[in-house]
Every structure is written in C-alpha cells, then in structure tokens.
Design a protein around this ligand. Structure first.
Ligand code: NDP
Ligand code: MG
Length: 395
C-alpha cells in the first residue's frame, strides 16, 4: 500500500470538487485533504470542513473568509481560513501536498494550476481552460518541474487510458493514427438554427447525460466545450488538429477512442459519472473503487455516432480555427466565451449570439505568441474588453 497522500481540492464546492471528495471519502487509508477552496459559497465549504478536517480552507472574498473563520471557531474546528488568489497558489504548491485537483471553473483556475505544476505536483486537471489559455506554458512547467499531469475531463481521461505506454515520445512513433473525441451533442443536437436562436438559459442548462456546473453545461450545449476539448487534447497528447476528430455519440457511454495505424480502435466505456476519471487519476497507475455502478450494456442497447454540424454549432469551428492560428488565439476565444456564456445566462444575448461575440473578439484582439504568462493574461483581459465593447455596441 502506497503512503498516505495529501490532496488540495481547488474548487471543492463545485461539481467536480464534490465528486472528488466523494471518492476521497471512500479511501481514508489512502487520502487526506490538505486544503479545500471555494469562491464565496461558504455553507457547502463549512460542511466539507466538518467532514474532511482540512488544514486550510480558502475563499476569495474577505467577508466570506471572516464569516467562515467565525463559524469554524464556534464549532471548535481547527481549519485555518486563508483568503485571496495568492492563497490558492500557496495551497497548490505547499511542500506537504502530493496532489492537486484543479477544479476551479474558467480562467481563474489558471494560476493555481500552474503553481501546482511549477511545484512538481501530481496535477489532476479538470480546469480545461488552463490548457486552452496557456497550453505551451503549462506543458513546459509540467515537464521542467517533473510534475505528473493526469486529465480529469472524461474524454481525455479515456484517451489517456487507451494510449500506448510512452506516447509522449510522439504519436506517430507510437503508432497512433487518430484521436476520436466523443461528444453527446448536448440538448440541442436536433434543433434547427431558428430553434437555437430562441433557446432559453433553463433549456440550455438541462444536459441530457451529465450533471455539471453552469458554465460547462452551456459550453456543452453550444459545442464550445468540445472545441475547448480539441485544444486540450492537442496539448495533452501533442496531437495535431488534423488527427483529432469529433464524433457525436448521444449515449455518452464511449468516453473517447484512439485509432492505431494497424486499424485497431481502442475505446474506454463506462457510465457517465465523473467519479471514474477522478478515481483513475487519484490512484494512477493503480485502480480503486469509485462508487460508480457497472455499465449495463443491455440497458444501453445501442451506441450511435454522427458527425458534428459546424454550421449550426459554429463554436466548434471557431475553436479549431483558434488552435490552428496558435499563439494567444485560444486564450482570446476562451475569454470571449466566458463573457458570452455569462451574458447568455443573464439573458443579455441569445444562444446564437455566443459564437458571434467570440468571432468579434477574435477579429478585434491581436494575436501574439503567448509564451509568457503576462501575454496570456493580457490577451484574456483584451478579449474581455473587446467582448464588452461588442455587447455595448449592440444594446
Ligand atoms: P462548478 O461551477 O460546479 O464549480 C466551480 C468551482 O470553482 C466552485 O468551487 C466555485 O466556488 C469555484 N470558483 C468559481 N469561480 C471562482 C473564482 N473566480 N476563483 C476561485 N474559485 C472559483 O464547475 P464544475 O465543477 O462543473 O467545473 C470545474 C472545472 O472542471 C471547469 O473548468 C470545467 O470545465 C471542468 N470540467 C467539469 C466537468 C463536470 O462534469 N462538471 C467535466 C470536465 C471538466 P463557489 O462554489 O464558491 O462558487
Ligand atoms: Mg468532457
């Protein structure tokens, strides 16, 4: 049995964070929680502190920190409360930490995930936005500092599971021909363009197969999630966009596939439950119980596949284009998408305006190489400003 592992869960109150703690709770002989972090929702964070007695709890807001501190004290709990973005980096890189689950949503997750990589940790990466914004920088930090990077995104976790050993010496040398990235197609797979224009946030938040946070749920409905995942796959597996193919698979039972030069196609299957990739990454290379039930193939009955429609779902096309353009183009795409999703949820724009806003930001902000963090941060800021400008011009 390996030694007890100390884990920091960034974004512990989110969907991935809660699932991570569910798996950790099943293995008290293996894992201890070092730190839990949230943005501002202290009620769930307090319950998690009661259950897992972390050394630290981090929130972003001063007022939330003070309330949490007081409540922990009144219950006699010893968890220390830290506050602010630097504290996120501190609990990601602390010497005592073995592994960091990076599950903050959006661009806010970049710096703490990078801090974990720079500190040579085992990084369980759910926050795909980190790789989209700063793929080359992040992968350099992983390699230079001897960090271990394990993908949590179910598709990338599946691909990782069916890749040959030593794939990082190059996919061609490893006999890999194609990566088949599956997508459920979301709730609007069959909707016409006119129907898409009238979609409401509550319809878009109703994903057919997965329970997820609001941002990724909207991204799944627009297929931007798959676009971000194409970029994520490029960086994780050093795969050219030409060999990454998106396959719509509405049942979400096959989580992705790898095709080899000899014609073999290897797939990873399972119930759509994030505890499988989380357990895999926590214990890798061992396997541990995750709480996920057996896949009932008789109940599934059939598996369907179809190509994606990039005309009805232009976000996917925009993501492929940004990846091919390179430099800070994906960071601009990501930031504009975050503004677009927020604006759609606030009912300021329609569903089909999401790609329009992103395209406008990509046209307005210049793309630079993006090898330094400052360039990535600037591109993110400039894209948000361009997106706001587009919103104001429209209203
Ligand atoms: P949620 O919205 O459910 O949770 C987000 C978490 O991040 C919460 O703990 C939230 O705190 C915290 N947070 C939000 N904003 C900030 C901020 N500015 N600074 C610090 N912390 C912040 O998201 P998910 O769990 O669904 O997704 C997390 C990440 O994992 C995303 O990048 C997503 O793309 C990725 N992912 C998710 C999957 C899923 O099935 N959910 C699948 C694959 C990838 P608070 O509760 O206080 O708001
Ligand atoms: Mg995914």
């Amino acid at each position: 049995m390996s030694k007890l592992q100390f884990i920091t869960v960034l974004g512990s109150t989110g969907t991935i964070g809660v699932n991570t703690l569910d798996v950790i709770a099943r293995h008290p002989d293996r894992y201890r929680v070092y730190a839990l972090t949230a943005n501002s929702r202290i009620d769930p964070l307090l319950s998690q502190c009661r259950a897992f007695s972390p050394r630290y709890a981090v929130v972003l807001d001063d007022d939330a920190a003070e309330i949490l501190r007081e409540r922990l004290r009144s219950e006699g709990l010893e968890t220390e409360v830290l506050c602010g973005p630097e504290a996120l980096e501190q609990v990601s890189s602390a010497t005592e930490v073995d592994a960091v689950m990076a599950a903050i949503v959006g661009a806010a997750g970049l710096k703490p995930a990078l801090a974990a990589a720079q500190a040579g940790k085992r990084v369980l990466l759910a926050n795909k936005e980190t790789l989209v914004m700063s793929g080359s920088l992040f992968m350099d930090a992983v390699h230079k500092n001897g960090a271990t990077l394990l993908p949590i995104d179910s598709e990338h976790n599946a691909i990782f599971q069916v890749m040959p050993p030593g794939f990082d010496r190059g996919l061609v040398a490893s006999g890999v021909k194609r990566i088949l990235l599956t997508a459920s197609g979301g709730p609007f797979r069959r909707a016409s363009h006119d129907e898409l224009a009238k979609v409401t946030p509550s319809q878009a938040l109703n994903h057919p197969n997965w329970v997820m946070g609001p941002k990724i749920t909207i991204d799944s409905a627009s297929l931007m999630n798959k676009g971000l995942e194409v970029i994520e796959a490029h960086w994780l597996f050093n795969a050219s966009p030409d060999i990454i193919e998106v396959v719509i698979h509405p049942q979400s039972v096959i989580h992705s596939m790898v095709e080899y030069v000899d014609g073999s196609v290897l797939a990873q299957l399972g119930n759509p439950d994030m505890r499988t990739p989380i357990a895999y990454a926590l214990a890798y290379p061992e396997r541990i119980e995750s709480g996920v039930g057996s896949l009932d193939l008789f109940k599934v009955g059939r598996l369907d596949f179809e190509p994606p429609d990039m005309i009805r779902f232009p976000c996917l096309k925009l993501a492929f284009e940004a990846l091919r353009r390179g430099g800070t183009a994906p960071a601009i795409l990501n930031a504009a998408n975050e503004v677009a999703v927020q604006s759609f949820l606030e009912e300021r724009i329609g569903f089909t305006d999401i790609p329009r806003l992103i395209e406008a930001a990509l046209a307005r902000v210049s793309v630079v190489e993006g090898r330094a963090l400052a360039e990535v941060v600037d591109a993110d800021r400039a894209a948000r400003a361009a997106a706001q400008e587009w919103l104001e011009q429209r209203s």
